[in-house]
Ligand binder design. Structure first.
Ligand code: F3S
Length: 754
């Protein structure tokens, strides 16, 4: 059904020659990461080498995956490209909008009803443009991708930061914003800074209570939440080959928590077993045929210091289970030290809820091992002290673990099974009493544990651990319990010890499912109508932005001179605004409401030069737009840092801002502005920022000769009639100047198709 064997075959057919060319050019043995990157260049066979951490490189990913929250704007933009079909295999997954409240079936019904218009839109747009659609209840994007689409040596992008999970099957899989997904689906190149490489050598073998999760919890402790920035982490060694494919997925998944671009593992037998078990023996056979290209050259792993920018070694024989947190995933504590630290730091030691599952940890192996502990509860006369919940990663996993008796084992300890969806991992958890804000502890097997992420309560201390450790701590109801050494008192007053968890890597009877929840697109989607109600407040079809008028921009007003930090969150806030991710006009009501006005130090309070009245930024901008007057936004350094959220560029464009002039840009935001047809300019001299006054009228001159590396000129007319003039720089190349002239990159793509 789901994967595209011809596409995989084509990738494998071209890999050997491209890898050989890259090896010849670089004059050295190659890591797996380099092999995959060099065989996915937009230009085809490599003709030049790239500097790690320096060169910006155009790539041609094999696949795109989108989750429901981010897919909306990605697909609304894609519709603007005018393509009849997506250019690469793509899928949509309905997982983020389902709230966990009562239990799976009830919660799913509520979500389907509440989000009907969003699901109808995503389903119809997928049908029309050849995109695979995974319905609500089908599962979490990354688990479904691992089960159906990931393949060794492939390259994919996904509109979610944990897209990196597919590294468990030997991919280079990277999380991106919706605009990037739109570009790749429209047949354009995708740009990435060539990463630095961190090698993690795993010696020994996982044993006893230790699981793959503990590897990444340990790595997070070593590298911290920033340590992987700009890097791909490549795992290797006997410890890597001896662990399961899904365990590798868990490790790669949480690479997002160390800021890594992605993580990956070389192809091995565990991947072949997983591919075969999930109905992809043909992919395994193809991969076996080019095995040596799907892992690093042997010299690399023999002498890693010579080929990686940084090398970390972890001995799995000695690795202890870890519990990371609270409030940050890099605060890593080995289980033997947890009691001491919990008491010292006054962390609440009573465990209220243990939550297992999520995209990070809901493999068959994870669930089987957790169930082996749950089974001991009755056998040893214990009673589970904390609440216990499970969010299966996919319907296929849920169906199989039910068939194999694990769900009834969890039932026997009073567990709640939530829908196959993100639920508590993304704050979609209607946890009773959370609104009281009481200090309490939960332990989960997810990946992130920032304040408020699970239940919205800032006083919930969330700890991340393996499903096995979560289950043991939930049984004990006590954060200070070390299942490796401690005993529990059973109902008869006896001291009993939990045996170390056990479980099969893959189901002996194979995976099974009745309805996986997949909807294939129409063979010919040309007649399919995309469903968006004109009355919807959550969805709005986009209209093309208008082209440049062909003249200099004169008589612009200053909308805001932002002071200090102005991230994409300041420009387009998240939280309650997430609801409007698919409605550009409605979400534009959050435009720049977090930015600090230089002139009064207030947020969301700027002067309307037409009326002299101070008001909210979006309202003021709408007033200028209604009067047909363009505006300019001025900012400080690293303007637009944070996420790759395209809304931060689309909102100003939609409301009539013509240019953003700053001391410096965060690169992705600068590119997003260019893609939307905006002028992204920087002060040639930072001191000119000080010349901008609140009542200025502004001209941007030189646009008729707009050319790469040629400055433009800003002319200010101040309220007292005095003027200032200074040069401003830009980084537009010839192609990007065409985007500006056409009113946006999508207008160019559309024009090229007609
Ligand atoms: Fe969903 Fe949490 Fe994974 S939000 S995609 S389960 S990280």
């Amino acid at each position: 059904m789901a994967f595209d064997i011809e596409m995989i075959k084509a990738v494998y057919d071209r890999m050997p020659a491209r890898i050989a060319a890259a090896r010849a050019l670089t004059g050295k043995p190659l890591t797996l990461t380099e092999k995959i990157l060099y065989s996915h260049l937009w230009e085809g066979t490599p003709s030049t080498t790239f500097t790690r951490g320096g060169s910006y490189v155009d790539f041609a990913p094999d696949r795109v995956a989108m989750q429901d929250a981010t897919a909306q704007m990605a697909l609304l933009q894609f519709m603007q490209a005018g393509r009849p079909q997506v250019a690469v295999p793509s899928t949509v997954h309905c997982d983020h909008l389902i709230e966990a409240k009562v239990a799976s079936t009830t919660d799913l019904k509520v979500a389907v009803d509440k989000n009907k218009e969003v699901y109808d839109f995503l389903s119809s747009v997928s049908d029309k443009y050849g995109i695979g659609f995974w319905k609500p209840g089908a599962g979490i994007i990354h688990q479904v991708v691992l089960e159906n689409y990931a393949f060794p040596g492939g390259m994919m992008i996904g509109t979610d930061s944990h897209t990196v999970n597919a590294g468990g099957l030997g991919m280079i899989a990277i999380g991106v914003g919706g605009a990037d997904a739109c570009d790749v689906m429209a047949g354009l190149a995708w740009e990435l800074k060539f990463p630095k490489l961190i090698g993690v050598k795993l010696t020994g073998k996982l044993n006893g209570w230790t699981s793959a999760k503990d590897v990444i919890l340990k790595v997070a402790g070593i590298l911290t939440v920033k340590g992987g920035t700009g890097c791909v982490v490549e795992y290797f060694g006997e410890g890597a080959t001896s662990m399961s494919c899904t365990g590798k997925g868990t490790i790669c998944n949480m690479g997002a928590e160390i800021g890594a671009t992605t993580s990956t593992f070389g192809y091995d037998d565990s991947m072949a077993r997983y591919l075969e078990s999930t109905g992809r023996a043909d992919v395994a056979a193809l991969a076996n045929g080019i095995r040596e290209h799907l892992t690093a050259d042997s010299e690399v792993y023999a002498n890693p210091e010579a080929y990686f920018d940084q090398v970390i070694e972890i001995d799995l024989d000695a690795l202890e289970p870890h519990v990371n947190g609270p409030f940050t995933p890099d605060l890593a504590t080995p289980i033997s030290k947890l009691k001491e630290l919990a008491i010292k730091n006054n962390w609440p030691t009573k465990v209220e809820v243990g939550l297992i599952g999520s995209c990070t940890n809901s493999s068959y192996e994870d669930i089987a091992r957790a169930a082996s502990l749950a089974k001991q509860v009755a056998a040893k006369g214990l009673k589970t002290k904390a609440q216990f919940t499970i969010t299966p990663g996919s319907e296929q996993v849920r169906y199989t673990i039910e068939r194999d008796g694990f769900i009834s084992t969890f039932d026997s300890i009073g567990a709640t099974v939530f829908s196959n969806a993100c639920g508590p991992c993304i704050g979609q958890w209607a946890r009773p009493g959370a609104e009281k804000g009481e200090k309490n502890t939960i332990v989960h097997s997810f990946n992130r544990n920032f304040a408020k992420r699970a239940d919205g309560n800032p006083n919930t201390y969330a700890f991340v651990a393996s499903p096995e450790i979560v289950t043991a701590l939930a049984i004990a109801g006590d954060l200070t319990f070390n299942p490796l050494t401690d005993t529990l008192t059973n109902e008869k007053g006896e001291q009993v010890k939990l045996e170390a968890p056990t479980g099969d890597e893959l189901p002996k009877l194979g995976f099974a499912v009745e309805d996986a929840g997949y909807q294939a697109p129409a063979e010919d989607g040309s007649g399919v109508q995309v469903k968006v109600a004109s009355t919807s407040d959550r969805l709005q079809l986009l209209a093309p932005f208008s082209a440049w008028e062909g003249t200099d921009l004169k008589g612009l007003k200053l909308l805001i001179k932002a002071k200090g930090k102005c991230t994409t969150d300041h420009i387009s806030m998240a939280g309650p605004w997430l609801k409007y991710r698919g409605h550009l006009d409605n979400i534009s009501n959050n435009m720049l409401i977090g930015a600090v006005n230089f002139f009064n130090e207030k947020t969301d309070n700027v002067k309307n030069q037409l009326s002299g009245v101070y008001g909210a930024v979006p309202d003021t901008q709408r007033a200028y737009k209604a009067a047909g007057i363009g505006t300019i936004v001025v900012g400080d350094t690293n303007y637009g840092e944070g996420s790759s959220r395209e809304h931060a560029a689309m909102e100003p464009r939609h409301l009539g801002v013509r240019a953003v002039l700053v001391k410096s840009f965060a690169r992705i935001h600068e590119t997003n502005l260019k893609k939307q047809g905006m002028l992204a300019l920087t002060f040639a001299n930072d001191a000119d920022y000080d010349k901008i006054q609140e009542d200025d009228s502004i001209n941007i001159l030189g646009l008729n000769d707009f050319a790469p590396e040629k400055s433009l000129t800003i002319e200010l007319t101040h309220a007292d009639g005095s003027t200032d003039s200074f040069p401003v720089n830009h980084t537009y190349n010839a192609q990007q100047i065409e985007w500006f002239k056409a009113g946006g990159a999508l207008n160019i793509i559309r024009a090229s198709i007609k």
